[in-house]
Design a protein around this ligand. Structure first.
Ligand SMILES: C[S@@+](CC[C@H](N)C(=O)[O-])C[C@H]1O[C@@H](n2cnc3c(N)ncnc32)[C@H](O)[C@@H]1O
Length: 273
């Protein structure tokens, strides 16, 4: 790899300590390609000098954050994998609506929400399939460690190729308006979600108990120790009747015995034990 072994080691340790993300040796090319721009923005020219800056006693916090954010993978799209959102509509929400009909409140968290498509897919599912819940207190929270993606999520503006990945023409017509070349989500959906930054690796701030947690496609970048800690925290935060959604290739099996898999094909849905 073109990046030196010691620079790679320094960046991968930083990533693990701060975010819980494990960077495999074969991913050396990612360090080089993604951090070239960070070095440029920091005004140091190249990766070697960026690492020297990060090794100083008090490296600028914004350069650390820029480095960490550049190393995250923010791939996401609307209604990703379909099955979780089908399970949400057909199984999970009907159960919760029946259970909470006197309280009329449902709290949903999209942890590691990237640019917001996951949280907005939840909001769109609710609005489309359960329009009668308008007098309920439905709180959807989207969080991600990367400030840049959270800022984009808050805007709720998506380009054509982002729209093409998951938004049907009728849904586009109903819930989006043109904004120059892009599409902006209508306020009725945007206002259903609150976004903020949060690092899953650090102690979690106090949050309302959740009925549903989407924790999808982030633990794949972590090791089993970090996954186990995060499953433990998710278990404490989730109501005993709650639901945890993981990514299609993810599981709690052999990592945490706090959850059992719900029996819905491909939904990646787990329930607390
Ligand atoms: C691949 S995206 C997944 C987005 C969405 N959940 C989905 O499944 O489409 C992974 C996201 O995890 C975020 N992430 C990585 N490490 C994190 C951490 N320690 N705490 C919170 N978010 C983190 C990244 O910034 C990135 O946006």
């Amino acid at each position: 790899m073109a990046v030196s072994e010691s620079d790679f080691l320094f960046i991968s340790n930083l990533l693990y300590e701060r975010l819980g993300i494990r960077l495999e040796k074969e991913k050396g090319y990612l360090v080089e390609s993604r951090l070239a721009k960070v070095a440029e923005r920091a005004g140091v020219g190249d990766l070697g000098r960026l690492v020297l800056l990060l090794k100083t006693k008090h490296p600028p916090e914004e350069v650390i954050n820029d480095t960490l954010e550049a190393m995250t993978t923010n791939e996401t799209f609307f209604f990703r994998d379909t099955a979780p959102f089908e399970a949400l509509k057909e199984k999970v929400l009907p159960v919760l609506i029946a259970k909470k009909k006197s309280e009329k409140a449902i709290h949903i968290w999209s942890a590691a929400c990237s640019t917001g498509q996951e949280a907005y897919s939840i909001a769109l599912t609710l609005r489309e399939a359960f329009p009668h819940l308008s007098d309920w207190n439905i709180r959807i929270t989207g969080t991600d460690v990367a400030g840049k993606v959270v800022a984009k999520a808050k805007e709720g503006v998506f380009n054509q190729s982002e729209i093409n990945r998951g938004i049907s023409p009728p849904m586009l017509a109903k819930y989006f308006t043109r904004s120059d070349e892009n599409w902006k989500l209508r306020d009725e959906i945007r206002n259903m979600v609150q976004f903020r930054t949060m690092n899953l690796k650090n102690d979690w701030p106090s949050m309302a108990r959740m009925d549903i947690i989407f924790l999808r496609n982030v633990l794949i970048y972590m090791d089993n120790e970090s996954r186990k800690t995060i499953f433990g925290r998710a278990h404490r935060l989730l109501q005993s009747h709650g639901f945890l959604f993981l990514g299609a290739a993810e599981t709690t099996f052999n990592i945490s015995d706090l959850f059992k898999r719900a029996d819905w094909k491909g939904a990646g849905c787990f329930q607390p034990l």
